[in-house]
Design a protein around this ligand. Structure first.
Ligand SMILES: [Zn+2]
Length: 71
């Protein structure tokens, strides 16, 4: 009986892992899975890779400087 309970817990844990992973993937910003995707900076129009870009107020910036100087 104890072994069966552990087996069920493992199945539930695996199911939860995949379910959470799938859900979080859907909630991410589109194309975020591709870190080499190039983003145009809203301020200086420079293209930078997405993993280096800063996302703020629905727009992308190449650096904190551009984020602050956006006006
Ligand atoms: Zn910039």
């Amino acid at each position: 009986m104890g072994k069966l309970l552990i087996f069920v817990l493992i199945i539930v844990a695996i199911w939860f892992f995949f379910f959470r992973k799938k859900k979080s993937k859907e909630e991410k910003i589109p194309k975020e899975k591709d870190s080499h995707y190039m983003i145009e900076c809203e301020n200086c129009k420079t293209y930078i890779s997405k993993d280096e870009a800063i996302f703020a107020n629905g727009k992308w910036y190449c650096s904190k400087k551009c984020l602050i100087d956006k006006d």
